[in-house]
Design a protein around this ligand. Structure first.
Ligand code: AMP
Length: 147
């Protein structure tokens, strides 16, 4: 219980540890799937945020959903990569965080998602909070309390 009450998870906010938007790989709604797949493969990430043309958060897109589109019954339908667009397969049903939310709230959300998008009050994309960041913070808290 002490761990929850006294540690950085409740003192720190999402803004303190998030990866800011300028360092986050993203794709846009009107990009063809081949561009999205290129970004995902070259960055090594399994999913990235999707933004609209005004840099508002629209959702996320991952490798699996793209590959599902091109796996036909008998062979790979690679031509679909240039015919389909991110907006057609985007996952819009995602949780979001605000910069002023506590890390504890972030911890709750990263249980089911490897990263959570952070937005401002108008929905503009501000960055992401990752599982790695939360775990690093928890490890730091653990050792600080122990010694
Ligand atoms: P991690 O906890 O560092 O393994 O990151 C979890 C997930 O967050 C990755 O698989 C990506 O989907 C996403 N992610 C982490 N860092 C970035 C970044 N700089 N740009 C885009 N997506 C990222």
């Amino acid at each position: 219980m002490d761990l929850i009450q006294d540690n950085h998870l409740t003192q720190f906010t999402v803004a303190d540890v998030m990866i800011s938007a300028d360092k986050v790989a993203h794709v846009q709604l009107n990009n063809p799937l081949e561009h999205a797949l290129l970004v995902l493969v070259k960055s090594g990430y399994s999913a990235v945020p999707v933004l609209d043309t005004s840099y508002k958060l629209a959702g996320t897109i991952g490798k699996t959903v793209i590959l599902n589109q091109i796996i036909g019954l008998e062979h790979f339908e690679g031509e679909k990569l240039s015919e389909l667009y991110v907006r057609e397969v985007i996952n819009e049903d995602i949780p979001v965080l605000k910069k002023e939310d506590t890390l504890l709230k972030g911890l709750d959300k990263v249980i089911n998602y490897p990263f959570i998008c952070v937005v401002d009050d108008e929905g503009y994309f501000a960055g992401i909070l990752t599982r790695r960041t939360i775990l690093k913070q928890m490890k730091r808290d653990y050792y600080q309390q122990k010694y």
